[in-house]
Design a protein around this ligand. Structure first.
Ligand SMILES: Cc1cc2nc3c(=O)[nH]c(=O)nc-3n(C[C@H](O)[C@H](O)[C@H](O)COP(=O)(O)O)c2cc1C
Length: 189
């Protein structure tokens, strides 16, 4: 089981990274191989919005600028069994690094024929300031999943005053995913 975390977190510590670490710990405890891709470390450009709105993303389902790292990233994501999309909440949305990456991925991997379709996806969004904007961030990430056929397994949103129990939940979610649990399964109560 390969679980790949696509992270839009620029920081190495703090709330968002603690939740990512908890998911990772749970997944590793469940025997999964875990990779964490930090978008902050990649030189990805934003979507160039080619021509009149579409470029080779429409005709060939690939970005003509994919050699900047998007092609390699797409291969890594395609090889994963489960994806974790993780971000701090900025302005009630995903971080800019995650948003601009997902914008390009969505164009190329849209629909049920894309390489992401059918994979379980865990969504992590941490509003660490006021705590506001979690729902709108989830909604934005949810829309990406639905456009690309990712199957949303769960949403984890921790803030400064709920982090303790959400960290437990994050670890449990990582463990459950590593053990092969899927959206639609029924767990014994
Ligand atoms: C540009 C920017 C915008 C932010 N917008 C929000 C926001 O809308 N709501 C919120 O609760 N926190 C907001 N924050 C705080 C981050 O969510 C917080 O730093 C992060 O999620 C969790 O804390 P961490 O930095 O320790 O990981 C913002 C932070 C930055 C840098």
């Amino acid at each position: 089981m390969q679980i790949t975390i696509l992270s839009g977190n620029p920081k190495q510590d703090g709330l968002c990274q603690a939740v990512i670490g908890a998911v990772r710990a749970g997944a590793e405890a469940g025997g999964a191989a875990v990779a964490e891709i930090r978008l902050q470390d990649l030189p990805l450009i934003r979507c160039q919005v080619c021509a009149d709105g579409w470029g080779t993303c429409l005709s060939e389902r690939r970005c003509q600028y994919g050699s900047d790292g998007l092609d390699a990233l797409t291969e890594q994501l395609a090889a994963a069994d489960v994806l974790v999309l993780a971000t701090p909440v900025y302005w009630g949305e995903m971080s800019e690094s995650l948003k601009s990456c997902l914008d390009r991925l969505r164009r190329c991997q849209r629909g049920q024929d894309g390489v992401l379709a059918g994979k379980q996806a865990l969504i992590v969004a941490t509003p660490g300031g006021t705590g506001n904007g979690q729902l709108t961030c989830f909604e934005q990430m949810d829309r990406f999943c639905r456009h690309t056929g990712l199957v949303i397994f769960d949403y984890i949103g921790a803030n400064r005053w709920t982090a303790d129990y959400h960290l437990n939940m994050a670890r449990s979610a990582g463990l459950a995913l590593a053990q092969g649990r899927k959206n639609g399964d029924t767990v014994p109560l």
